[in-house]
Design a protein around this ligand. Structure first.
Ligand SMILES: Cc1cc2nc3c(=O)[nH]c(=O)nc-3n(C[C@H](O)[C@H](O)[C@H](O)COP(=O)(O)OP(=O)(O)OC[C@H]3O[C@@H](n4cnc5c(N)ncnc54)[C@H](O)[C@@H]3O)c2cc1C
Length: 430
């Protein structure tokens, strides 16, 4: 019997396995798929490096030769305007590298899972966890799992849900709340023949704004030749514009001049994939004998490539409290509450930033080009989000929006969207 059962061997589950093994806590990772398996979420932020260092994974990232990501570039829908940031402009504490990575997730997730195994996690693939077992007081005691159709129970002192957007435990407990604002829909595929240019932004993530509600396209280099392209719009827009996939994809990518240029010789090399209903939060992330990490707890719109970084940090913060729980033999919800607060705080900073961004798109462009605000915005884009005090730029953005709302004839007024930017509550669903 292991001390901890981890449901899911994605970035959150594997990273948690590494931290727990480092602390001498035995753990078993139950993964329903057989890795390598494809996954969306291919571009990282630099804060991830800190976690890679701590779990000894940075050498693996370097050895595998993933594409190095030095920054990000945004493209206006028309007039071929664009602007960029480079991560190296703002040094990050404890991080030497001025780049992060773009990854083929099937490869990255496999390597991380193997890394966890090499550290001591017991990994079983092809096991579907059906549900978390609870005693009469609602305390988690183990899981009911299945290999093919054969079901069996496993028990442990602690169960961690790292099942990603499957949100196994959140659904079981009926505590999953759909985001009241965001209902995005993404269609994506890999391409060859994209013209990524030859300047320093060649290996940046490129974000192309589309002239539709919350519409944008990602361009992420996966290898020298392969580029991931994804179209994201509000689901309602998708429903209105969709006829067939090729026509839809072409129609959307034709609405940004720079993207038309970039994709003029592009040829799709795999099937389209779609992702929907992906913004939500659980009412709580912890309980007696259990906690949730990564997407299993909370997911915010991926416009700033925050997901993997949140998954890694959630594992780091969860491991801290789990160590304390084993030291004191206390596996109560109260023990894990500080973890929830920390993770919720970080996710809420991203969430606030994302809402302010969508509230007034030109504001982001303006701030990133302003000498006064540029570095603070960059700090956010690097993923340094776990201390709200350290990101005063959010208040500055808020004030600016208020001024635009109040000022008759303001230049940006026509660009205001109807998104609510009310402060995010400290706990509960944001
Ligand atoms: C459109 C879109 C674009 C995105 N772009 C980015 C990006 O550019 N950068 C970024 O950082 N993030 C991005 N993300 C987010 C990113 O995909 C996730 O945040 C990240 O994968 C979370 O890791 P995780 O380990 O929590 O979950 P996952 O990576 O989903 O891993 C969960 C694992 O659990 C397994 N599992 C599920 N259910 C069970 C079960 N019942 N039993 C056993 N195993 C189970 C799954 O097979 C899977 O391997 C994007 C997301 C979307 C929707």
């Amino acid at each position: 019997m292991s001390d901890v059962i981890i449901i899911g061997g994605g970035p959150a589950g594997s990273t948690l396995g590494c931290y727990l093994s480092q602390a001498g806590i035995s753990n078993i990772i139950l993964e329903k798929a057989f890795h390598p398996r494809p996954h969306v979420g291919e571009s990282m932020v630099t804060a991830s490096t800190r976690v890679f260092q701590e779990i000894g994974f940075l050498e693996v990232m370097e050895r595998e030769g993933f594409v190095k990501k030095y920054g990000a570039t945004w493209h206006a829908p028309s007039n071929r305007g664009k602007f960029a940031i480079a991560f190296g402009e703002f040094p990050q504490e404890g991080i030497e590298q001025d780049y992060t990575y773009h990854v083929d997730r099937s490869q990255f997730d496999l390597l991380l899972l193997k890394h966890a195994e090499s550290f001591g996690s017991k990994v079983i693939q092809g096991v579907v966890v059906k549900r978390v077992l609870m005693d009469e007081n609602g305390r988690a005691t183990g899981v009911r799992a299945a290999i093919d159709d054969v079901e069996f129970d496993m028990h442990a002192k602690l169960v961690v849900d790292a099942s990603g957007r499957d949100t196994l435990l959140g659904r079981q407990l009926r505590i999953k709340k759909k985001d009241p604002i965001f209902n995005q829909y993404a269609v994506h595929a890999w391409y060859k023949g994209l013209d990524r240019g030859d300047d320093e932004s060649k290996d940046h993530i490129h974000i192309y704004f589309l002239p539709v509600e919350r519409g944008w396209v990602w361009q992420i280099p996966i290898t020298e030749e392969i580029t991931s392209v994804g179209v994201v719009v509000d689901k309602q827009v998708f429903k209105e514009l969709f006829t067939d996939m090729d026509a839809y994809f072409q129609k959307m990518t034709e609405t940004n001049d720079n993207l038309v240029h970039t994709m003029r010789h592009a040829r799709r090399i795999n099937e389209y994939k779609t992702e929907g209903d992906y913004s939500y939060s659980m009412d709580s992330f912890v309980g007696d004998g259990y906690l949730m990490v990564g997407d299993a707890a909370r997911f915010v719109d991926p416009i700033f490539s925050s997901g993997v970084s949140i998954a890694l940090y959630s594992a780091k913060f969860a491991a801290d409290r789990i160590k304390k729980a084993f030291d004191t033999d206390d596996f109560s919800a109260e023990m894990f509450q500080p973890y929830e607060e920390k993770l919720r705080g970080g996710a809420n900073v991203w969430y606030e930033f994302i809402r302010l961004y969508y509230k007034l798109l030109p504001l982001f462009t303006h701030f990133i080009q302003s000498p006064k605000h540029r570095l603070q915005v960059l700090q956010l884009l690097q993923g340094e989000v776990f201390d709200r005090q350290e990101v005063p730029v959010l208040d500055a953005m808020r004030k600016y929006i208020e001024a635009v709302e109040k000022t008759e004839g303001h230049f940006f007024k026509a660009h205001l969207s109807d998104i609510s930017i009310d402060p995010v509550p400290e706990t509960g669903v944001a």
